[in-house]
Design a protein around this ligand. Structure first.
Ligand code: S3P
Length: 413
């Protein structure tokens, strides 16, 4: 079945619904484990990554309810970096013993930064060459409570917050205000005392309020449609109920600076997060330059910004994104392969990539996705404006957006 997935050229129209935010879903499940199952979560993401967290959280909760002597939990994080890093924090703080592992892609991703910070907290952590498999032995006597973040990573920041939460001690983290802040917002929604002061966030008091969590639509999922509609002539779509947290919406700023026609409607708040309907119409684009804080605020959408850049007049430069080599696959290499499928030239920069815009044109080339869900779905946006692109496998899409193929086909029908 897989080999048959080919995305087609064609405009997108109508109203589109995207799944619940993957990033927020992981956090909601962890906070449910902390507060108890009377906490309801609506619109949880149904993808494989979040299912990995749900299964692991069930193991962790069972062990916290009825601890067994010398028990080491075996936690399978599958393809999910968020599951591995954030649950390492939970186990560190909850004084649990756990062995973490994942698929081949996850085994290639760095775990040493999160391990180093949790060791300072007092956990004993053994990685394999800085990666998975890893064992975590939590601590009953937390040491360091004031951290300097060693990289601007929301996963590492959240791991430390969860370690403090499950250990029952206040923690402060300094060094980053641009990475996504869903953990902080969700903790605040649930009544925790958590405050930002400049580039320092402090968690002083745990959440105490059992109010439902309504997970907003996933902005990262919406972006496949935002870019597809922007590059495919005749497009006009409305994507409903999408989270527009400014730490996530770098792609909107980048695309608008390129001349895209994107407007937000019905702006509202949901479980501590800003939410809106996003209306997108096709528009001609011009090249742009992005880097720094804007790159961090669009870290998972860089492949899609590259797709938009392929249709823009001029050469777009994307800098400060070396970290993309450590995502579900090497996403800088993925951008080169993806755009090459439509005859678009790219040039690797020391810290990023340049894209020579023009008139992308594809005739059914098969893209090697290396099992990366975002690369697979970005191909749909490229094909919408450039012509048919086939996938070597569409299996990875289930990681974050099980309904993607049907939703995209509906929008193009
Ligand atoms: C995520 C943070 C980002 C992002 C990932 C999800 C999160 O990773 O790329 O897809 O949910 O906190 P880093 O924190 O490693 O930058």
């Amino acid at each position: 079945v897989d080999a048959l997935v080919t995305f087609a050229r064609g405009r997108l129209r109508g109203t589109i619904a995207v799944p619940g935010d993957k990033s927020i879903s992981h956090r909601a499940l962890i906070l449910q484990a902390f507060l108890g199952e009377t906490l309801t979560i609506n619109n949880l993401n149904a993808g494989r990554d979040v299912r990995a967290t749900a299964a692991a959280v069930r193991q962790i909760s069972a062990e916290r309810r009825e601890p067994k002597v010398n028990k080491t939990l075996a936690i399978d994080c599958m393809n999910s970096g968020s599951t591995a890093r954030m649950l390492m924090g939970v186990c560190a703080g909850a004084n649990l013993s756990a062995a973490f592992d994942g698929d081949a892609s996850l085994r290639a991703r760095p775990m040493e930064p999160v391990a180093a910070q949790l060791r300072a907290f007092g956990a004993r952590i053994n990685c394999t060459d800085g990666r998975l498999p890893a064992t975590v032995l939590g601590t009953a006597t937390p040491q360091t409570r004031a951290f300097i973040l060693i990289e601007p990573s929301a996963q590492v920041k959240s791991a430390i917050l969860f370690a403090g939460l499950f250990a029952g001690v206040p923690v402060a983290i300094h060094g980053d205000r641009s990475s996504r802040d869903h953990t902080e917002r969700l903790l605040g929604h649930l009544g925790a005392q958590i405050v930002w002061n400049g580039r320092t966030v402090t968690l002083d008091r745990p959440p105490a309020r059992i109010v439902p969590i309504a997970v907003p639509g996933d902005f990262s999922a919406a972006c496949f449609f935002i870019v597809a509609a922007t590059v495919a002539p005749g497009s006009d779509v409305r994507i409903e109920g999408v989270g527009v947290n400014p730490t996530r919406t770098g792609l909107l700023d980048a695309l608008r600076s390129m001349g895209a026609d994107i407007t937000l409607h019905e702006e509202r708040e949901q479980s501590g997060e800003p939410v809106a309907d996003i209306v997108v119409r096709h528009a001609p684009l011009r090249a742009t330059s992005i880097g720094g804080e804007l790159a961090l605020r669009s870290i998972d959408e860089i492949p899609l910004i590259a797709v938009a850049a392929a249709f823009a007049e001029g050469t777009t430069k994307i800098n400060g994104v070396r970290e993309l080599q450590n995502k579900e696959s090497d996403r800088l290499a993925a951008i080169v392969r993806l755009l090459d499928a439509a005859g678009v030239s790219t040039e690797r920069l020391p810290n990023g990539i340049a894209i020579v815009g023009g008139r992308p044109h594809s005739q059914g080339a098969t893209l090697v996705t290396h099992g990366d869900h975002r690369t697979a779905m970005a191909a749909a946006a490229l094909a919408a404006g450039a012509g048919p692109i086939a996938l070597d496998s569409a299996d990875s899409i289930d990681v974050s957006f099980p309904q993607f193929l049907a939703t995209f086909a509906q929008a193009q029908s």
